[in-house]
Design a protein around this ligand. Structure first.
Ligand code: SAM
Length: 199
């Protein structure tokens, strides 16, 4: 893939400033009210694994896989979190095999890590991997009120609500779309929590 951002270097140098060392509050809150899913769940761009661990703990009958391009992040995730239904794998989300094999994809700031020219591939990969009715649960990093996608707005590429609507509208139905009440410091009004259902 054409991604010139050095994710591995940021983890190796311990300058991964997006990492708050715990599960993102919006996902933590949502998990409380959900009936636990069974089946395979992937957390793409899982970094050091906080969200993958939270999902595996909340859904003990699910088989949860956290994936990331960065070997260092995956090693650290594996050293930190240990549950029987959780594993971590280094790899490119776009390159993984699988067709309708997932009940859910759960992500925190992975979409904004995908260069805009590859986001259609991201959408198509999610649509291919999810079974009909499967869920894409995401905490998107963006300005909820902004209507334009400014690719320089970070981190490292911007996104916007209209962009999300355009990219996901055809293959996914929006079940939940909200600006989270609870957010990490500095993230208030810089997130959109969405639950999208594969049509
Ligand atoms: C902004 S970070 C978020 C990491 C983690 N979700 C968190 O919130 O701490 C984006 C992550 O996506 C990973 N990433 C980027 N492109 C990827 C791809 N094509 N496949 C898998 N992981 C990818 C990066 O290595 C990085 O860990």
């Amino acid at each position: 893939m054409s991604d010139d951002f050095d994710w591995e270097g940021r983890y190796r140098e311990d300058t991964a400033r997006w990492d708050f060392c715990e599960v993102v509050p919006a996902l933590e809150d949502w998990l409380i009210d959900q009936a636990p899913l069974t089946g395979k769940v992937v957390v793409p761009g899982c970094g050091r694994g906080h969200e993958a661990f939270a999902v595996a703990r909340a859904w003990p009958e699910a088989d949860v896989v956290g994936g990331d391009l960065s070997e260092t992040a995956i090693r650290e995730a594996s050293e930190t979190y240990d549950l029987p239904n959780l594993r971590f794998e280094t790899g490119d989300f776009f390159a993984a095999d699988g067709d309708g094999d997932l009940v859910a994809i759960i992500e925190h700031t992975c979409f904004c890590a995908i260069p805009p020219e590859l986001r259609t591939v991201y959408r198509d990969t999610a649509a291919r991997r999810l079974q009909a009715g499967g869920l894409l649960v995401a905490v998107f990093y963006l300005h909820p009120e902004e209507t334009e996608n400014d690719p320089d707005d970070g981190p490292p590429w911007g996104s916007s609500v209209p962009e999300l609507n355009g990219r996901f509208g055809e293959s996914f139905e929006t079940l939940v779309s909200q600006v989270p009440e609870r957010a990490f410091e500095g993230r208030k009004n810089r997130e959109l929590f969405r639950v999208l259902k594969r049509r």
